[in-house]
Design a protein around this ligand. Structure first.
Ligand code: AMP
Ligand code: ZN
Length: 112
C-alpha cells in the first residue's frame, strides 16, 4: 500500500531503528516507547490487521510468533516479556498495518 507508514518502513523509504529483518518481517524500535524495551514486529506484506489474516498467512504468523522469544532474549528480557496486538479502532489500533508490540524491562505498562 503506497500510503501505509509501515509499508514505507519495511521498504526502507522511511527511516526506523531496525533491530532485525528477514524476507518476511521487519522489527524496529517504537518511536514512542511505553517501556524500557518496546519493539514493533511487522510483516513485509501489507496486512491491515488481525481481521485480515487467513490460512494463507499461517507460515508467516508462525514465524512471527516463534521469533518473539528469540528477540526478547536478544534484548535482555530473560525474565519475560509482553506482546500486544491492537486490532481495529475499538482495540486502539492507530496504524493499519499488522504489528506486534514486544515490550519488557522497566516501566512495563499494565492494561489500563
Ligand atoms: P497501535 O496503536 O497498536 O496501532 O500502535 C502504533 C505504534 O506505532 C505506536 O506505539 C506508535 O508509537 C508507533 N509508531 C508510529 N509511527 C512510528 C514510526 N515512524 N516509527 C516507529 N514507531 C512508530
Ligand atoms: Zn502496510
Amino acid at each position: 500500500m503506497s500510503d501505509c507508514l509501515f509499508c514505507k518502513i519495511a521498504a526502507g523509504e522511511i527511516p526506523a531503528d531496525k533491530v532485525y529483518e528477514d524476507d518476511q518481517v521487519v522489527v524496529f524500535k517504537d518511536i514512542a516507547p511505553k517501556a524500557e524495551v518496546h519493539l514493533l514486529m511487522i510483516p513485509r506484506q501489507h496486512i491491515a490487521s488481525l481481521n485480515e489474516l487467513s490460512v494463507e498467512h499461517d507460515v508467516l504468523t508462525s514465524h512471527m510468533m516463534r521469533l518473539l522469544p528469540r528477540l526478547a532474549r536478544e534484548q535482555g528480557l530473560e525474565q519475560g516479556f509482553r506482546t500486544i496486538i491492537n486490532t481495529g479502532e475499538g482495540g486502539g489500533q492507530e496504524v493499519f498495518h499488522l504489528h506486534l508490540h514486544l515490550m519488557g524491562g522497566d516501566n512495563l505498562p499494565g492494561f489500563n
